[in-house]
Design a protein around this ligand. Structure first.
Ligand SMILES: [Zn+2]
Length: 52
């Protein structure tokens, strides 16, 4: 099951914040991450949301 998340991501390629919709993943350390794709350059975006 994947939760969706939408909001601001920082795009390292554009060097700007982008509004995007992605999904939530939890990594091996139990940290929640939002993963999306930059609407401008299609780079994968990751935002740390905190502990799950
Ligand atoms: Zn971008």
């Amino acid at each position: 099951m994947s939760e969706s998340w939408s909001g601001e991501f920082y795009c390292v390629k554009c060097r700007e914040k982008r509004e995007a919709t992605g999904h939530i993943e939890v990594n091996a350390k139990g940290t929640k991450l939002a993963k999306g794709v930059c609407p401008t350059c299609s780079t994968n975006l990751t935002r740390i949301l905190g502990k799950a």
